[in-house]
Design a protein around this ligand. Structure first.
Ligand SMILES: [Zn+2]
Ligand SMILES: [Zn+2]
Ligand SMILES: [Zn+2]
Ligand SMILES: [Zn+2]
Ligand SMILES: [Zn+2]
Length: 328
C-alpha cells in the first residue's frame, strides 16, 4: 500500500481488497518501490479535451500544469479567467481593462472607458456640423467657433446692420448680398455717420452745460464753507464770553457775600434810631432779609433799604469789574 491511498487520515482507513479497517499505527507502510512505479505511469494532461497534447509521467504532471498553455489563469488587469496561451492576445486586444490611447487626443484610459470618452469627453473627437453644412470632421472643441465664425448654414446679420441694413440670412448668401449692396451700404454708412456727428455735437453742448453747473456748485460750496467758518468763529467767541461772564458772576457772588458779612446786623428799629411803640412790636416785618421786630412805616422801610443799599454800593465800588475784552 502507498500512503497516497489514504488522503483523509482523519477517517479510519480500510483495505481496498477486503474492506477491513486498518490500524493507523503500524497498520500500513509507504511502499517506495510501488510509489516509484505509479509516478512513472504515463498520463495525459488535464486540459487534453481543450487541446493540450502533453503526455508524460505522473511525477511531471504538476510541473506541466504550471506552464500548460491550456490551463486557465487570472488576467492581471481585469481578473478574468483566461487560458495561458491566450493571455497575451487578451491583454493586447480583448481585456476591458487594457490601457488604450485615444487616436484623436492621445489621452490614455481603460478600454471600457473608450465609448464615454469619445461620446462626451474627447475634445478632438470629430463631429458632423450641427447645422449640417457638410463638414463632418470638426473637432468637438472647435464646433462652437465653426458655427459662429465659419459655417455657411449659420444665420447671420449683415456687417452694416448697425447702419440699418435689414439682411438676416445664412452666411452662404452674405457674400452675394455684400456684392450687390455696395451703394446701399455706403449710403447707410454715410447717414449713420451724419447722425453720429449730430449726436456728438449735442453731447458736447450737454457736457458744457454740466460743466457750468458744476462750476456754479463749486463756487456755492466755497461760499458755504466761508460762511461756516465765520459762524464757527462767532460761536467760539460766544462760548468764550460765556465763560468770562460766568467768572464775573462768580466774583460778584463772592463779593456780595463779603459785603453782606460787613453789613451791621441791625435787627430792630431801635438799632436804626427809630422809636418803637407796642403796635410795632407785635407785627414784625422783614427788611432786606433781616427780621425787624415791630411794624415800620413805609418811610422807615425805604430809609432802611436805602441805608443798606448805600453800604453795599460803597463796598462794590471798591472792586473793579473784570473786562470782557480780556477773554477774546
Ligand atoms: Zn496541458
Ligand atoms: Zn483582462
Ligand atoms: Zn480623445
Ligand atoms: Zn457647419
Ligand atoms: Zn447689408
Amino acid at each position: 500500500m502507498i500512503s497516497n491511498c489514504f488522503p483523509d487520515r482523519s477517517s479510519h482507513p480500510v483495505c481496498p481488497n477486503d474492506r477491513q479497517e486498518i490500524e493507523e499505527e503500524g497498520g500500513f507502510y509507504a511502499d517506495k518501490a510501488w510509489a516509484r512505479d505509479i509516478l512513472s505511469l504515463r498520463i495525459k494532461c488535464q486540459q487534453n479535451s481543450r487541446g493540450c497534447e502533453w503526455i508524460g509521467q505522473l511525477r511531471y504532471a504538476e510541473e506541466h500544469q504550471e506552464e500548460c498553455p491550456y490551463e486557465h489563469v487570472p488576467c492581471s488587469a481585469c481578473q478574468g479567467s483566461i487560458q495561458r496561451r491566450l493571455l497575451g492576445t487578451h491583454l493586447k486586444d480583448e481585456c476591458p481593462k487594457r490601457i488604450v490611447e485615444c487616436v484623436y487626443c492621445e489621452d490614455e484610459f481603460f478600454f471600457i472607458e473608450k465609448q464615454p470618452h469619445e461620446d462626451i469627453y474627447c475634445k478632438r473627437f470629430p463631429l458632423v456640423c450641427e447645422n449640417n453644412c457638410g463638414h463632418d470632421e470638426i473637432p468637438r472643441e472647435e464646433m462652437a467657433s465653426h458655427v459662429s465664425e465659419k459655417c455657411l448654414m449659420t444665420v447671420v446679420l449683415c456687417p452694416y446692420s448697425e447702419a440699418g441694413c435689414p439682411f438676416e440670412d445664412k452666411r452662404a448668401y452674405l457674400k452675394d448680398h455684400l456684392e450687390v449692396s455696395v451703394d446701399g451700404h455706403l449710403e447707410m454708412a454715410w447717414n449713420s455717420l451724419i447722425l453720429a456727428k449730430k449726436e456728438i455735437s449735442t453731447m458736447k453742448d450737454k457736457f458744457y452745460e454740466v460743466q457750468e453747473v458744476n462750476q456754479e456748485m463749486k463756487e456755492s460750496v466755497a461760499e458755504c464753507r466761508s460762511e461756516l467758518r465765520e459762524l464757527s468763529a462767532a460761536v467760539n467767541k460766544l462760548v468764550k464770553e460765556n465763560v468770562g461772564q460766568k467768572k464775573f458772576n462768580q466774583v460778584i457772588t463772592e463779593k456780595i457775600k463779603i459785603v453782606e458779612a460787613k453789613i451791621p446786623q441791625k435787627t430792630t428799629p431801635e438799632a436804626y434810631g427809630i422809636p418803637v411803640n407796642e403796635t410795632m412790636r407785635r407785627s414784625p416785618r422783614v427788611v432786606i432779609g433781616k427780621t425787624v421786630t415791630g411794624g415800620l412805616t413805609s418811610v422807615d422801610r425805604i430809609k432802611l433799604q436805602k441805608d443798606a443799599l448805600d453800604a453795599q454800593r460803597k463796598l462794590l465800588q471798591s472792586y473793579t469789574r473784570p473786562s470782557l475784552n480780556n477773554t477774546d
